[in-house]
Design a protein around this ligand. Structure first.
Ligand SMILES: [Zn+2]
Length: 249
């Protein structure tokens, strides 16, 4: 049996002199690895299709182990992301999230579309922080650990102002914010943004402008939340943070 799957390259490792093992997130079969023989050789027909964050159609024999790639047709290489070191760092982070958070060989087309749409949006100029917030929030929901952003976690009140509480896993209203002394105050706009990012598709977000100080607060909240609830520790996130800190100096 031969499988044909649309996939995103999550990462690659060199194997032997000239081969590469490519980890793919495929739409049809979930996360899996294939061996691309000779992919490291100059002029290899697998050269383009075995680079990180390439989206292509891959053909390989069905097997429990490592199938050998038969053919690959590149759909897109996200050329704008590739030309920008910051965007590259964001894209690497997003792909490492997919790699670490998803199980092997469990088809999840909706999540595949989320990552593809996110990279597409980033390539077309949507703020990479917004793309990351959306992907993080969706992934958290998929993992069953999403923050509660639709009103107060205690009483359900939808009345602003809110504070965000890590220990309660979401928003607290004015009446209940004292339940967590570490809860951080968020403006109505920030609370709404978090909610919108957690439920809207990229196509519905459109071009959104987020002020730098708002982004910093959202980043702090999301980083702290991801750290506490996801258990994911990503090398690419440290690289991205270092790069962003260099830019701030
Ligand atoms: Zn309340």
């Amino acid at each position: 049996m031969i499988d044909k799957a649309e996939g995103l390259v999550l990462r690659t490792v060199v194997y032997g002199e000239s081969n590469k093992i490519i980890t793919l997130l495929t739409r049809e079969y979930g996360k899996l690895a294939v061996m691309a023989r000779g992919a490291k050789k100059p002029g290899s027909r697998f050269n383009a299709a075995s680079q990180p964050f390439i989206r292509a159609v891959y053909v390989y024999p069905r097997s429990r182990g490592l199938g050998q790639l038969k053919s690959a047709d590149v759909i897109t290489g996200y050329s704008n992301i590739r030309q920008d070191v910051f965007l590259m760092a964001y894209a690497m982070y997003v792909l490492e999230l997919a790699d670490k958070a998803l199980d092997e060989r469990v088809p999840q087309p909706a999540l595949y579309d989320l990552f593809v749409d996110g990279l597409e949006a980033m390539d077309e100029g949507l703020d990479p922080d917004v793309v990351s917030f959306i992907i993080e929030l969706r992934l958290l929901r998929h993992l069953g650990i999403a923050p509660h952003l639709n009103g107060c976690t205690v009483c359900g009140s939808a009345e602003a102002p809110f504070a965000f509480s890590l220990s309660h896993g979401g928003l607290l209203c004015k009446r209940h914010r004292h339940e967590d002394e570490h809860a951080v105050y968020v403006t109505e706009a920030v609370a709404k943004m978090l909610y919108v990012f957690s439920v809207y598709d990229f196509s519905r977000i459109g071009k959104v402008e987020v002020k730098p100080e708002t982004k910093r607060l959202l980043r702090q909240i999301m980083d702290a939340y991801m750290e506490r609830y996801s258990g994911l520790r990503l090398r690419s996130k440290r690289v991205l943070d270092q790069l962003l800190n260099l830019g701030d100096d």
